[in-house]
Design a protein around this ligand. Structure first.
Ligand code: NAP
Length: 361
């Protein structure tokens, strides 16, 4: 039996008030102050992972008691120290590798400072997240009859760990590639790196901070920012477009679900691990499904690869291919389409397609 742990944290005040009802009656500032002072702890066991090779793994969810806004805005040294403490809790439980969940992967040089400060192996899980996001977006595009070679593909959050390498992989396949974010200088740097990595040819790559303007022109959007608020609104999305929302918390406004029945929004990075995984904790997915970053941690544990894996903001394409091969070896696969945390049926997708056709008539 192999052992891993995965760090999670509350995504919003609702996560805290649902667990501790008393918190509803207390001023928010007092609650966040209390959360901030709490120590990390193991909240549940993750059982039932059985590779098709016969190998088994189990793990633990470790809570890092910090909200996204605290992770992004408190002193980084304080946040990193708390994440390192969570890794120590994981190690004490017996984990050989720790996956950094959600915003714990966005600080400390995308896992680098944490890996340097602890002797347990670390991964952000971002390699498999990139792989599954692209696979899901491509599959959805095919269903919506979008030919990538003639399509405008936008990557929102293109300067981030996941966004940058996802854009690099898609550059050669897209009709036009839009690198979208909030910092023009960094976007231009990514654009240059991508041009340097491509074989000779004609490529249409645009870097822009005009999120709404670029999304409006895109047929396929992979959105993967660490923004706390929504970055894509209903009026931004072209009819018939595919949006793969990899971000947690999500980038696409909830209201899109009610107001746009002509666009296909899918939750990125949802995976079915082999066996009957039970997290003994509700993190928003039905039993048997995991996020890709969790899956990467499980895969590395099943391999007994207790070494740092995806660390830092420069993910290599060969690392992604490596984890894809290991995922296949152990029987991990992309889950069916989900949108705003609900499963999408083939009929749902056909209806979206029909609605999009009506809009374009
Ligand atoms: N579904 C899954 O399995 C899974 C797995 C891992 C991660 N995630 C999620 O993926 C997201 C990104 O992770 P990451 O590791 O790639 O993060 P990261 O390296 O920190 O990159 C975040 C990106 O978001 C951009 N950004 C932040 N705030 C923004 C805003 N308000 N408007 C526009 N762009 C903004 C950043 O731009 P700057 O360069 O300007 O800072 C950067 O490009 C997170 O939400 C994370 O929780 C999901």
């Amino acid at each position: 039996m192999e052992h891993f742990a995965f760090l999670i944290h509350p995504m919003d005040m609702g996560h805290i008030t649902r667990k501790y009802r008393m918190a509803k009656k207390i001023p928010e500032k007092l609650v966040t102050g209390t959360v901030k002072r709490k120590k990390p702890w193991a909240i549940s066991e993750i059982t039932g992972i059985r590779s098709i090779t016969g190998k088994e793994a189990m793990g633990w969810f470790i809570i890092v008691p910090l909200l996204p806004s605290q992770i992004l805005n408190l002193r980084e040294k304080y946040v990193v120290k708390k994440i390192v403490k969570a890794c120590e809790v994981a190690k004490k439980q017996g984990a050989g590798i720790v996956g950094l969940g959600a915003f714990t992967a966005c600080v400390g040089g995308a896992g680098k400072d944490i890996a340097d400060a602890t002797d347990v192996a670390i991964t952000t899980g971002n390699s498999y997240t990139v792989s599954t996001a692209i696979e899901g977006a491509k599959k959805a595009a095919r269903i919506m009859d979008i030919d990538l070679r003639n399509a405008n593909i936008a990557v929102v959050g293109a300067t981030g760990s996941i966004g940058k390498v996802a854009a690099e992989i898609l550059a050669a396949e897209a009709g036009a590639l839009y690198l979208v974010g909030r910092d023009q200088y960094r976007l231009d740097e990514v654009k240059e790196t991508i041009f340097d990595s491509l074989p000779e040819g004609d490529y249409n790559i645009i870097a822009s901070t005009d999120i709404s303007g670029m999304v409006k022109q895109a047929d396929v959007i992979i959105t993967v920012t660490s923004a706390i608020d929504f970055v894509i609104q209903p009026e931004d999305i072209k009819s018939g477009a595919v949006v793969c929302d990899v971000a947690r918390p999500r980038d696409v406004a909830e209201i899109v679900k009610e107001t746009r029945d002509d666009v296909l929004v899918i939750d990125g990075g949802v995976v079915r691990p082999p066996g009957h995984v039970d997290f003994h904790f509700d993190f928003g997915l039905p039993p048997d499904l995991a996020l890709a970053c969790m899956a990467e941690t499980m895969i590395l544990a099943l391999e007994g690869r207790y070494e740092d894996y995806t660390i830092g903001r420069d993910i290599r394409i060969d690392q992604i291919r490596d984890i894809e091969n290991l995922a296949e070896k152990h029987g991990f696969e992309l889950a069916g389409f989900r949108s705003f945390e609900k499963a999408l049926t083939d009929d749902d997708i056909q209806t979206i397609k029909m609605n999009a056709t009506k809009v374009s008539l």
